[in-house]
Design a protein around this ligand. Structure first.
Ligand code: PBG
Length: 326
């Protein structure tokens, strides 16, 4: 009997042959590196659930930025840990709020670095929710006003991109209008368009000290069971003027990444979140998996799924490992 089959292995015969037919690649420019800026002095705390990730105060930012630049990272995403929190998250939109201070510092010393400002209230409110709270409710429209003030304060300080992550309805429309009115028509919005209520944010809440003090985020973040809802969220953000669409988390939601890539014509950003980072770290520290191979496989999987950009705590490691392999 004559067998009929295809010889796929022809294109896998050597390292150079595999390189020749490789469909996706990781580059330093693909990565956005998150930074946790701590209001205070002489702070460089390693986050216990995220080995290799540090909260840094402004006096340590010069050294941190030099390291970032040396790695070839071009964009950073700023989160703030303020000294004081209150019901309305005033430090999020205060002109001297910690993210605004860090933005001015980076812009002055490293003007070519793209600063993405995470626009949310949960790190700044005493209740830890991403909006204004009344009783047990998170109020939508009242929250928008504070988010607009935050975005405008961030743009004034010099942020290059505004990244609202709070998941209130209408946040892109409100922030776009607010930025335009304040004269920031050229500042793009990188919207956390599709953000699930995820257990994978656990370690981040330690890093950013922004865990909700009551209840959970399920009335504003999405149900992990849903796909159609992701289309609705992305559609409205595009209509409201988003310039980038973030899908978050990454690994368990790569089907959604592909859906968004196929159906919308904006750069797609995947957030490889804290829990994804910590799982790999923990397993690697136990000697259970090969960290380098696992991380690079996760990241290329995100590109293959449709990511144009990846927000990841592993950016420094990934770039170093990619250079090793060159
Ligand atoms: C703020 C925000 C969160 C993350 C990014 N921005 C936490 C949350 O929504 O609970 C999570 C990022 C990560 O886990 O790495 N709203």
């Amino acid at each position: 009997m004559e067998l009929q089959f295809s010889r796929h292995r022809k294109l896998r015969s050597s390292a150079n042959m595999r390189a020749l037919v490789r469909e996706n690649h990781l580059r330093a420019e693909d990565f956005i590196y998150p930074l946790f800026i701590y209001e205070g002095e002489n702070v460089r705390n390693e986050v216990s659930s995220m080995p290799g990730v540090f909260q840094v105060s402004l006096d340590h930012l010069q050294a941190e930025m030099e390291d970032i630049v040396a790695h070839g990272i071009k964009s950073v995403l700023l989160f703030g840990i303020p000294k004081t929190k209150d019901a309305c998250g005033e430090q999020a939109y205060h002109d001297h709020g910690i993210v605004q201070e860090a933005t001015r510092f980076i812009k002055e010393k490293f003007p070519e670095i793209i600063i993405v400002a995470d626009t949310c209230l949960c790190e700044y409110t005493d209740h830890g929710h991403c909006g204004v709270v009344k009783g047990e409710q998170i109020l939508n429209d009242q929250s928008l006003e504070l988010l607009v003030k935050t975005a405008v304060a961030q743009a004034k300080a010099g942020a290059d991109i505004i990244a609202p992550s709070n998941m209130m309805d209408g946040f892109v429309a409100a922030i776009r209008a607010g930025l335009d009115e304040a004269g920031f028509t050229e500042i793009p919005i990188m919207s956390y368009a599709v953000k699930y209520a995820s257990a994978f944010y656990g370690p981040f809440r330690e890093a950013a000290e922004g865990a909700p003090q009551f209840g959970d985020r399920k009335t504003y973040q999405m149900d992990p069971a849903n796909r159609m809802e992701a289309f609705r969220e992305a559609e409205s953000d595009v209509a409201e003027g988003a310039d980038f669409l973030i899908i978050k988390p990454g690994m368990p939601y790569l089907d959604i990444v592909r859906d968004v890539k196929n159906n919308f014509n904006l750069p797609v950003v995947v957030y490889n979140v804290s829990g994804e980072y910590s799982m790999v770290k923990a397993a690697a520290l136990n000697g259970w998996i090969d960290e380098k191979k696992t991380v690079l496989e996760m990241l290329i999987g995100m590109k293959r799924a449709g990511a144009d950009l990846i927000i990841t705590y592993a950016a420094k490691d990934a770039i170093r490992w990619l250079k090793e392999d060159e």
